[in-house]
Design a binder for this molecule. Sequence first.
Ligand code: KE4
Length: 427
Amino acid sequence: METGKSKELFIRAQKTIPGGVNSPVRAFRSVGGTPLFIQKAKGSYLYDADGNKYIDYIASWGPMILGHAHEEVVRAIQERAANSTSFGAPTELEIEMAELITGMVPNVDLIRMVSSGTEACMSAVRLARGFTGRNKILKFEGHYHGHADSFLVKSGSGMATLKIQTVPGITPGVAEDTLTAAFNNLHAVEEQVKKYSGEIAAIIVEPVAGNMGCVPPEKGFLESLRALCDKENIILIFDEVMTGFRLAPGGAQEKLGIRADLVTYGKVIGGGMPVGAFGGRKEIMEHIAPLGKVYQAGTLSGNPIAMIAGITTLKILKENPSIYKELQEKTRYLQDGLEEVLHKKNFPFVINRFGSMISLHFTDYPVTDFESSSQSNMERFSQFFHGMLEQGIYLPPSAFESWFLNNAISTRDLDETIDAADQLSIS
Ligand code: KE4
């Protein structure tokens, strides 16, 4: 692929933007090479600044579940923008969004809109601390809940990609209130809960982890977390920024049949515009200002353009639940095809999948937590990534990310992807 324009833009970008990107994982640091500057996208295809076409397996890290530039979403944004882009006052659209979400997901009586997944998770943790009067939280190694101070302890996604385990600027006071445990290791959680009995406000978990690659919960693990939180009066927060409205209309709570006390959302609910949300049972959410004293605010929270993009996306998902079955079947087809062609090569690999979340790990051990994910062969992943990119397949530029299928992807796209993997010669 000729990528001269991207190379030029990357040099220019680094003069005024740290690392030339506005989010670290986009910089290709762990896979090497120059990030592609994307000019436009339609359906399942991205087009870079040099006009090269790629099949997109990032979908903007989840939001573009319907495919890029969906006619209804674009038209709704265009029409709404003509009435101004923001008021800083309540709008009917925010009520429509809140009614849509609380009608689609279980166990959420009240929901507050924010502008990112980080804001949603940060606010949910503050609420849990305010509601319980406790200071500590427990998160899982390799899970990523955004870049709020409390979460940047042994996190996944870009932190794992860049091998950053402790972040300068996070004070000891903040770090000491964030406990960690290995995902799928109930004993490790029980030990922390026993040691800090009465001090833990919340356990926050990606119910299906997506930031160390895709790592599903082992049978009974989340159920045990639920029981432990009930017993110890700890708030269970499901971070569904990635799984929400992707695994099922009701997200992981519906798919797994487990109820969290608070749930956070992002990505899909914005349809590509900046949106996050947190919600839960009335008795907890009523502590959020202006009802209660747990302060949380945002200039562009519930922004009308973001709302209409999200509402349009969610309505299409709600009215066409077959999309979930289609996405799941497409991802299964991809998994079967990749397994068939990669088994012919002479290196070990593992494919993890849950619904339409999938990841490939070059290892011969099961990937069940951050440690096992970290043991995979990153050099081989980089070769695979670039080998696929050269053939027009755009995968997440990190072994610590899930791939995201959008529903515009066709069987032909999937076959092209599988064939590209078959053509690769990786050492
Ligand atoms: P944002 O603040 O980036 O909207 O959401 C943070 C977040 C929270 N919770 C989960 C489970 C998430 O996956 C994320 C963000 N996901 C990453 C991709 N793994 C965003 C990509 C990026 O950082 O550029």
